[in-house]
Structures are given as structure tokens and as C-alpha cells.
Design a protein around this ligand. Sequence first.
Ligand code: SF4
Length: 351
Amino acid sequence: MQLSAETEALVQQANKIYLKNFPATTCFERAIFFSWWCGINDCGFCYMSALPKDKVSKEESIRHESSILAETWLCKKLGWEFGFFSGGINAFNVDKVTDMLKKINIVYGDKVWINIGAVPKPVLQKYLPYIKGVVGSVETVNDEVHKKACPSKPSAPYYRMFENAHAIGLQNAMTFIVGLGETRADFPKLVETIRKYHISKLHFYGLVPHEGTLYAEAQAPSVDEQAWWIAQTRIAFPKLDIQCGIWSDRTKRISSLLHAGANSISKFQAIKLFATKPAKDIEAQAVLGGRKFLGTLTSLPNVDVSEIDAFGFDTELTNHIKKKTQQYLKLMKRNIDRPLSEEEIISIRTE
Ligand code: SF4
């Protein structure tokens, strides 16, 4: 995709830095959500802020644990990284999160990142055996933009969480949504924030103007803009783990974002859109970006659900996970047997 001369020069520099510090690979990272309900519910860019408040029931918006664990297991089988465990703020209490983290560790075979709001220190201690780090959804480092975008989600508690997490040996990651209203003059503040709060991973998303939200009429950021931020960050932080969030209608920008120095790709409906044209585009774009794509978004490996018995959960939960896994596999296989039309892909993207 066409980049400006300034961004192109930065991207070329960033790509050299990336290749000096990382292997020429990339992968898909899956964020696994436990709810579609949030106790804050008014971030201006978030689709949850557009849901009718009186009609969204917390109970109905929470996922069954078997569905979360089935998706976690498929993540492992398909070679996707577990991006983070997330959900609306206060949708799960501390005991429920702890219980789910224990189970996710068993199924995924590793500790995971969490992105569940600004977690206080005593609670972090509780999650410590099961997590590798915390993701703070700071979204922007521009204070004025932050007030508009996240009126009820101040940054200060996230920065406190970063300090507490670092003190107990956890890693810190931060989200940044390009397109909320920041300007390039905010870049030094981002550099300062990464240094000050020991950020080892940055999730660089691009605004998706969801209908009914404050940003519904806003422009989605161009590939040039997203690549500029990623390249500048790669140049300033050669070893930072940078993830680029895309969307199924933005797959064509992936090679540019990888050249700009992103490590991995996220924000794609990988199960529902498995083996579809956008999924194939992602793998092809990885190659165009000079990377080998690890894992798969297009071909189903042999999956034997009887392996789920080995996790040692009770019979009821084990059977539920198997059933849910089979449902997901059926959905993915359907896309292979009968390629989805453009209209079907659009309707999945916007549902
Ligand atoms: S806190 Fe997170 S889930 Fe809740 S409205 Fe804001 S962005 Fe959406």
C-alpha cells in the first residue's frame, strides 16, 4: 500500500531494526473475551458504549466457561498466541477470574496476559501465579483526547497498576488506538510513558468507527498513520513487542505494518472468518511483509477432542468443552467446504 515518503523512510529503517532483533516470523494473537457487558460502558470508541443500557443484561452477556476454554484450546491447536484474557470491567468477580485463569493455564499450558481493567495490588498478588503480565487499556497518551474517549476510565489507576505489577515481577503492556484524536506531536509522550512504566509490549490498534458510538462519524486511521506510529516506536524501542490490530477489511495493510516493525497481528474474527478470503489475505500479507506466518488461519489441523479428558476437569465441564470445540470446528470447516460470499463476510464483520 502506498505510504508517504516520510513514512516509507521510517518503515525501511524500522524493518532493519526489527530484523536485527527478532526472527523473520509473525503470528496471530487471539484476545479471549469472557463477556460483552461492561460496568463502565461509555468509552467513546467502544461498541459496548452503543449497546442499549436497559436491554443489556450482565448475566446474559457473560460467556460460559466451556466456550472460553474451548477457544483457548483451539488457540493452542491452531498455533495462535493467547493475546490476553479480557472482558467488560466488573463482569467477573476476583474469585471467578482466578478460577478461570487456573483453568486457562491448564488448557493453554502457560501463563497468560490479562486485560481486565486497573487491577489493585492485592488482587494482582492473587492472580500472580497464573499471569505473565497485565495489559492496561490506556488507549491514548494525550490527556485531552483521553478525557473525551474514556470519560469514566481515567489513566491514573492504570499507571498505578503498571507500577505495582512491575514491583512484583510482572510484565506491562499497553493499548494505543491510533485515530482517537492524537497528533504526531504526542509521540514523545508515548516514549516517556513506555520508559516510565516499563512497558514491554504495545498493542497498536486503529480506530474502528462503530455505529452509535461517539466516534461513529470519525475517519478510520490510514495505513500511513498506523505505520508511522509503529515505525517510530520500533525505532525508539528495538526490542519492544509490538502488536498491530487490524480488522477484516484492513488486511491489505498488514505487510506495511509488519515492515514498520510489528511483531504480531490481532483483531480478526479468526473462528468465524477462518479460511475465508480475509484469512487467506492475512497469511499472504505476512509473506509480502517478509515474514513466515506461524500457525494457521486457513487449514484445519487434526483435532482429537478426547485429548480434553487429560485436563482433569469434572465430567460435566469436560463434555461441555468438547461440545463447544466441536461447534467451533464445524463452523470453521463450513468455511472451507463452502467459501463465504463477500456479503456474508461483511455481515459477520459488522455483527
Ligand atoms: S472499559 Fe473497555 S469494555 Fe468498557 S466501555 Fe471502555 S473500552 Fe469498552
